[in-house]
Structure formats: C-alpha cells, structure tokens
Design a protein around this ligand. Structure first.
Ligand code: NAD
Length: 431
C-alpha cells in the first residue's frame, strides 16, 4: 500500500535542479557509496536531504545610518549521532545549496573520525571586507540571535570558517549567553583561550594533515624524513603542516600562496619563511628560494603534495601535470571529482579531506568537552589525543579501503555513512 503513495522526491523543492553546485557533487558521492551500505541502504535517502535548513534575514544599521539586509543560513544536515557541528562562513557567494553541501560534508567528516557529532554549517551572504569591525559585530550578533532558535551546546555548535575568527565566536557566544541569561561557553568552539578556547586549536588542522600524511607514508613504505614536499597555501593549515614536515627532516621544495610560487630543490627553511611571511604578508620576495610560475608549481616532482588553500585547485587542467606519490588534502574539496579520477588512474595515493583535515574539528570537540567539564588540558595532552584519534581514523578507513579495494575517499564515505545510518536505524523513526 505504501509504495503507491510514496512521496519521496529526489530533490528538495527549494533547489534548482540545473544548478546544484557543491550539493550535486555530494549527491554523486552518496550514490557512489550506496552499493557498499548493504541493508542500511534503505535509509540512504536520509543523507540526501538536510534535517533542518533555516534561512534568516539579518537587518543591520550600518555606520552611515542606512539599513542593510543580509541573508543568513544555518543547516543541520544530520544529527543522528549527536548535536550538529560545523563552521560559519561569511562570503558574498554563500547560498543555501553550498551551505547544505558543507553541512553534509561535516556529517561525513565527524562520523569518519568517529566524533559524537552530526553535521551542520552556517553562513551569511556578505563580503566581509567591505564592512567595519563594528558593523560585522552587529551582523554576527543579529545572525546569532536569529539562529539562536536551533543552536545550543547540546543542539548545534558553530565554529569559525572562511572570514570568521575567534573574535566572531566570542560575539556569538556572548549573544547566545545574553539571550539565554546564562554564560554558555560550549555553544561555539574556536573561541579565544580567555573564553574557554582550547590550547592547540590553532595548529590542529595542520598537525592532523601531517599525522595523516605520516600514516599514508607507512602504507606506501615511504620515509617522511628525507622526502620531498610541495605545499599550496601557507596559512594556518599549510604553514603548520610545512613546519612539521620540515622539523621531521623532509625537504619542502615548493610553496605557493596568493602572492606566487617559490621553489628550492634543496628544501626551504620553513622557520625562516614563517618569519618572512609575518613581516611581508606573503611568500614572494623570500630570497632563499627561486620564484617560479604558478602553473609550474603543479609539475614540481614531490613525494607529498599538500593543497591547503582553496577548493577546486586540482582540476582536469592540471591533474595530468602532477608528479607526486601522496596527495594529502588540507583544504576542503581541493580536488574535483574528474581530477580525482585522473590522479587515481596515475597511481597517486589520495588522502581525502574528510580524514586529513579533520584535526580542526577534532580539537573543537576537545574544546567542547573541556567547556562542559570546566577542566582544561595541557597542549601536550591535546596534541597526543589528536594524534591518536587521527591515526585511528586513518587506520579504520585504510582497512576498509583495502577490504573493498576502493579509494580512501570512498572508504571514508563507507565508514561515515555506515556509522550515521546505523545510528539512524537503531534510533528508529519518530513518531
Ligand atoms: P588561511 O587563510 O590561514 O590560509 C590560506 C592560504 O592560502 C594563504 O597562505 C593564502 O595566501 C593561500 N591562498 C589564497 N588564495 C590562493 C590562491 N589563489 N592560490 C594559492 N594560494 C592561495 O586559511 P586556512 O585556515 O589555512 O585554510 C586553508 C584551507 O583549509 C581552506 O580550504 C579551509 O576551508 C581548510 N580548512 C581549514 C581548517 C582550519 O582549522 N583552519 C579546517 C579544515 C579545513
């Protein structure tokens, strides 16, 4: 009887089927993994639609007295395994379909590394560079108040993402606390240390990238010490990962940032470069390496290539040029699906973002736990726990990849979707 009145539609009605963007890529990834989910595949439709999507109007008085309106979003993709968790992005191109995809990838990442969270993401469609600090504070506070209906330390815990910072989190925490009438440090992570932030959070993603790279090297019988590394992006993630490689005796031979690309066959002294970048806001002009073209970066021969800048950097345009053994994704979505196929055919071993850049959300989890217990751990303790969790996550995904003879990306999705759907099944459907 129920089959005759089935009302499941392949897409939520509010999406344009001709312009799905990142959400379309995510749906393809779910289709690719469905054959491996066994009897749990009957629940797979639950992963193809977010649990809850909130669109809010954010009206703000600007410094010149005019009123501006911005569109804000908070999407909770899945909360079967725990409260929603994921960042808040301020960007002029943010749209609902993008926030849905980012929320869904957080569900996958959190489940792949076995954190007790679901996936969520938020954003405001705003070009943050055009507004003063006071205007951004008002935008953040009004947005927080509007999404206050669905966030909370046990409901959904935002964190920083593109163009948001520990200061943004401090404003969000303060606004939520004022509305609740109680100081709620655990409502956001990535906070300043003075507000219950965690030691080790700033370096956590780069450190996790390095740990994942070391595990992959073990699988391929490669020594990290003495290896050659190329890094795109020399910010929080790329800079930390490059420093850890350098300190382990690897040679970082090429680096690219928004100012250009530098190359030194004998290895770049990363400590000197970090000092240089602090004074010059970019790597160009650093005299201990030669400037090369941005295109040539991709053909530098390396053992590890770490894209740690932006999404969609490795595409059909440059995938063929790449000469590396292990690609460890520091950025979110740096490799397009077509480029992924080309690299896989070429025998490049790819450690996917949902595993390799999970160090940040892992230490966010530690921050949340510390806030709940009001007991704070040393940086050494945090780094040890982070490394253990990242190693365990990598190992379980690598074992599944070997078992099914699939890529690490597909294996990470198998592990994550299985965990989410097992939780879904055992909870059952309400009512
Ligand atoms: P960041 O702003 O600290 O650094 C970004 C770096 O990328 C800078 O060195 C910048 O010069 C470089 N860059 C920007 N545009 C570029 C271009 N067109 N070509 C080459 N380089 C360019 O940012 P981050 O926190 O290091 O984040 C980097 C990536 O990692 C992003 O995709 C982010 O979403 C992802 N990520 C970050 C975290 C985290 O905890 N910071 C966690 C997970 C994923």
């Amino acid at each position: 009887m129920t089959s005759e009145i089935s009302t499941s539609h392949p897409l939520p009605s509010y999406l344009n089927p001709n312009d799905l963007g990142a959400w379309g890529i995510y749906l393809q990834q779910i289709d690719r993994v469905t054959p491996y989910l066994g009897s749990l595949s009957r629940w797979v439709e639950t992963l193809k639609r977010p649990k809850r999507s909130l669109i809010v109007d954010v009206p703000v008085e600007l410094d010149n007295g005019t009123i501006a309106h911005f569109e804000g979003y908070r999407v909770q993709h899945n909360t079967s395994r725990g409260p929603g968790k994921g960042g808040v992005r301020f960007h002029q191109d943010v749209c609902l379909a993008e926030v849905m995809a980012l929320a869904a990838w957080m569900s996958i990442k959190n489940a792949a590394v076995n954190l007790p969270f679901g996936g969520a993401k938020g954003g405001i469609r705003i070009d943050a560079r055009k507004y003063s600090k006071k205007e951004l504070e008002r935008v953040t506070r009004r947005y927080t108040s509007e999404i206050g209906l669905i966030i909370g330390p046990t409901k959904d815990i935002p964190a920083p993402d593109v163009n948001t910072s520990p200061q943004t989190m401090a404003w969000m925490m303060d606004t939520y606390s004022m509305n609740e009438g109680a100081t709620a440090t655990g409502v956001v992570t990535g906070k300043p240390i003075s507000l219950g932030g965690s030691l080790g959070r700033v370096e956590a993603t780069g450190r996790g990238v390095f740990v994942a790279a070391c595990e992959a090297a073990k699988d391929l019988g490669l020594s990290v010490s003495g290896s050659r590394v190329a890094v795109q992006g020399f910010g929080n993630v790329g800079g930390t990962a490059a420093r850890l490689f350098h300190e382990t005796g690897a040679k970082v031979v090429a680096i690219q940032d928004h100012t250009g690309t530098i190359h030194n066959e004998n290895g770049i002294n990363i400590h000197d470069l970090l000092n240089y970048v602090e004074d010059h806001a970019g790597i160009m002009g650093f005299t201990e390496a030669a400037a090369i073209s941005n295109e040539d970066f991709w053909s530098v021969s390396s053992d590890f290539l770490i894209p740690a800048a932006l999404e969609s950097q490795i595409t059909i345009k440059n995938a063929d040029q790449i000469k590396t053994k292990i690609l460890v994704e520091g950025a979110n979505g740096p490799t397009t699906p077509e480029a992924d196929d080309i690299l896989t055919r070429k025998g490049v071993y790819i450690v996917p973002d949902v595993i390799s850049n999970a160090g940040g959300v892992t230490v966010s989890y530690f921050e949340w736990v510390q806030d709940f217990s009001s007991f704070f751990w040393s940086e050494e303790e945090i780094n040890q726990r982070l490394e253990r969790l990242m190693r365990d996550a990598y190992r379980s995904v690598s074992n599944v990849a070997k078992h099914h003879q699939v890529s690490l990306r597909t294996a990470a999705f198998i592990v994550a979707c299985t965990r989410i759907l097992e939780a879904r099944e055992v909870r059952g459907l309400y009512p």
